[in-house]
Design a protein around this ligand. Structure first.
Ligand SMILES: [Zn+2]
Ligand SMILES: [Zn+2]
Length: 177
C-alpha cells in the first residue's frame, strides 16, 4: 500500500509542477500585458514600451516593482487635460476683469472703465474688436496698430468717450389687454 503511494509521488509532483508552471506563465504574461498597456498610456516612446515589457518579463515580480517606481507619473490623457487647463487659465489671465484704475470689476470687452473712465482697451480701427493697449497687432484681423500706454481719461472731458455697448436687456413684454 505504502509502496504504491511512494511510486505515485513523482507523478503527482509532475502534475503539481506543470500546474505551478502554467499559473506562473499566466501571471508573468498578464503582468507583461498590463505593463505594456500601462506604459503605452503614459509614453509615446516605442523603446520605453519594449524596455518596460522586457523588464517585467525578465524579472517578473521585481521588474514590475521597479517599473511601478520608475514609470511616468502622469498618463498622456492627464497631461493633455492639464495642458488644456493651463491654456484656459492663461486666457483668463490675458482678459483682465479688474480695472487697474479703481479695482472695479469690468467686462473683458469694455473699452473704458464705467466708474473711473480709465481706458482699458481700444477698438481695432478695422474690425472694432477690443484690443489690449499693449498689442501692436489686431489678433482678429491682422491690422497693425501702435501700442499705447495706459492713461486715465479725465472725467470732466467734454468729449466723454462712450462705449457703444448695446444694453443686453430683454425687450419688455407689453401685453395690451
Ligand atoms: Zn475703474
Ligand atoms: Zn481688427
Amino acid at each position: 500500500m505504502i509502496e504504491t503511494i511512494l511510486e505515485s509521488i513523482p507523478f503527482y509532483l509532475t502534475i503539481l509542477s506543470t500546474v505551478c508552471g502554467g499559473i506562473t506563465a499566466a501571471l508573468v504574461g498578464g503582468m507583461a500585458i498590463w505593463t505594456f498597456r500601462d506604459i503605452r498610456s503614459r509614453s509615446r516612446d516605442v523603446l520605453a514600451h519594449i524596455l518596460a515589457t522586457l523588464l517585467v518579463l525578465a524579472l517578473p515580480i521585481v521588474g514590475l516593482i521597479v517599473y511601478l517606481m520608475l514609470r511616468p507619473h502622469e498618463t498622456l490623457a492627464d497631461a493633455y487635460e492639464r495642458s488644456l487647463e493651463q491654456e484656459a487659465l492663461l486666457q483668463a489671465i490675458e482678459e483682465p476683469e479688474i480695472c487697474p484704475g479703481c479695482g472695479q470689476r469690468v467686462r473683458g470687452d469694455y473699452l473704458y472703465c464705467p466708474a473711473c473712465h480709465t481706458r482699458l482697451k481700444r477698438a481695432c480701427p478695422a474690425c472694432h474688436h477690443p484690443l489690449n493697449l499693449s498689442w501692436s497687432l489686431c489678433p482678429y484681423c491682422g491690422t497693425s496698430v501702435t501700442p499705447q500706454v495706459l492713461e486715465p481719461v479725465p472725467a470732466s472731458s467734454p468729449s466723454s468717450p462712450t462705449t457703444a455697448e448695446e444694453p443686453a436687456g430683454e425687450p419688455g413684454l407689453e401685453s395690451t389687454a
